[in-house]
Ligand binder design. Sequence first.
Ligand code: FE2
Ligand code: FE2
Length: 330
Amino acid sequence: MECHNIKTALEQTPADIAEIIASKASEEDDVDYGQALFQEALQLQWDPQEKFGWNKVPSKNDPILEYERFPIYHVPEYWDRLSDIERVTFNRKASAYTISQFMYGEALAAYAAARCSSFIPGVYDKGFLALQVVEEKRHADVFRRYLLEALDGEVYPISTPLQMYYENLSKESRWHFLFVALHIVIESVAQAGFENMAQYAQDPLLQEIVSKIEEDEERHVAYGMMTLKRKLTEIPRSELEELARFAHDSLVLVSGRYFPEHAYRAVGFSKEDIDRISALSAESPSRRDFRKRTIGKAWNNLTELGLLGNSELPQIDALYEESGLTALMQ
Ligand SMILES: [Fe+2]
Ligand SMILES: [Fe+2]
């Protein structure tokens, strides 16, 4: 059989496919770049069944996260009212809420990666993104299984901001906009969320799970950054500004506050108590530090891409000031 180099092979490919391949394969660097990313992703696949010790799920009496992680722990006036059993109940319900949102976030990432794969032109990127769809689906399945086996199947509905995020993504078909929403905003925020959960997980199984998923997210974010850096040099300034606004609005949506009110109700707190705890929690230095760490990676990545802190787009920095994110990051 005759051996072709890639350019010859392209000449023998149907025209429409050749056009797609040529958009990436015309430069040797692009071939190496896409192929290396794809190979790395292939080599790092893992089986959730073998990877984690599912036979060691916590019992119904075990807390899931360290108590210090919850703002109420730092307010003796309320914390001292709870018995040991109520503290465990609170801990498990609040943890189930957060892990439910992680599960929805992963399902949303699978959907967004599938859209990116559809709209991006190059076959190398399509391959990487198709594999990312599989990885995000795996992440969602692992969180779902954890909720079923470790938390009695206590699954909470998707939060309003995440639902809005999904709706925004489903209306967008420009791949670089989808990349910013997926790889730069939500995956950077997820990375920080997983790091935080690994730090505060009292259950070793959950710690293993979030640490492993965080490794995949790191690769996804790195891929998004590399791909976007190329693209953003090609788009006109007006589109760069539109993209920077889109990034800001996306970050505002995911940086909102998640307060597990149901967990407080389940251990007998009144509406007045819950409102007061919520207000105290919102103002606490630990809560502020948590929010800052949550958006810090996305903030740095947007800055590196020139979508924030860009002297040519001062109107974007004004947006961040108006929404309070600049004050939060200082
Ligand atoms: Fe993921
Ligand atoms: Fe991811």
